[in-house]
Write a protein that binds this ligand. Structure first.
Ligand code: G3H
Ligand code: ZN
Length: 280
């Protein structure tokens, strides 16, 4: 059933567990996220990024599929637009039925990021849409590495006060698109941000973060945990194995079904790492 990221996140804050927010670009990945969350007995955030929209060439087909799948599912799920840099994409997503969006102005200078984020947040709030924003670019996205970037707690508090956002993505040591789970997080900084910032904190680039560190980050106050690359890797590895094992295979369902199943199992496992099993 369709719910909101705000509602899922608030329940997780109260329960002291994390929220799994998983990116999908394909119908099979969408199915995997809902199936995995269903097995874990957890609500989940289904994310579609601006990059995924660019890959599809259009937002509408994936949005329609995602909304239909979520509504038909027994699992409470939110549909979230991830890493939008174009305000017009946010407008289309809200029109299409997304219940939350991330506006990513992290590459803009401070004053412009505050001003643009505030305008977009006001517009979204008038329509009941929950808004996540980012401060302090999280390294790795589009190859734009920003190693060592950290979000300052006082700046984060000022940013939230100046924009009215509902959640804040912070830079605490993770980096986008890592294929090895070797990132170290500054957990003291997570705790300091949690104390300074009145809204839930979001961890991007969680693929590179080991299981025990993810659990520790949640314990320190990190709430929404975004995972894309790691699930893509699990999905692709299973597809590759199926293709290698059957060189005469022609039906895409023969390699997409095991890929979907592998991703569903990993979604369920990750929700366990976040402490969300049985929380729905
Ligand atoms: O917004 C999405 C996440 O930050 C994904 O990052 O691909 O490194 O897991 P990741
Ligand atoms: Zn991200």
């Amino acid at each position: 059933s369709l719910t909101g990221t705000g509602r899922i996140t608030a329940a997780a804050e109260a329960g002291g567990h994390g929220v799994g927010a998983f990116n999908v670009a394909l119908l099979e990945q969408l199915e995997a996220v809902l199936t995995g969350a269903g097995r874990a007995g957890s609500a989940v955030v289904v994310q579609v990024s601006e990059n995924a929209v660019a890959y599809r060439g259009s937002l509408a087909p994936l949005a329609a599929a995602a909304l239909t799948a979520v509504r038909e599912s027994d699992t409470p799920a939110a549909l979230h637009l991830d890493h939008a840099t174009r305000p017009e994409l946010i407008r289309s997503a809200v029109a299409a039925g997304f219940t939350s969006v991330m506006y990513d102005g992290s590459r803009l200078p401070w004053a412009e990021n505050v001003e643009t984020t505030r305008r977009i947040t006001d517009w979204c709030h008038e329509r009941g849409v929950w808004v996540e924003a980012e401060l302090g670019e999280i390294g790795g996205k589009d190859g734009a590495h920003a190693p060592g970037v950290r979000t300052d707690p006082a700046e984060a508090a000022a940013f939230v006060a100046g924009t009215g956002v509902d959640a804040l993505a912070v830079a605490v040591g993770s980096s986008h698109a890592m294929t090895e789970r070797s990132a170290r997080l500054d957990l003291d900084l997570v705790a300091a941000l949690r104390a300074a910032v009145p809204v839930p904190l979001v961890l991007h680039g969680s693929s590179g973060v080991p299981d025990d560190t993810l659990a520790a980050a949640v314990a320190a106050g990190m709430r929404k945990i975004n995972v894309a690359t790691h699930l893509n890797a699990v999905f692709t590895r299973a597809a590759r194995t199926a293709l290698r094992d059957a060189p005469a295979l022609v039906d895409p369902r023969r390699y997409l079904a095991p890929a979907r199943e592998a991703m569903a199992a990993e979604v369920a496992r990750l929700l366990g790492v976040l402490g969300a099993t049985g929380s729905a």
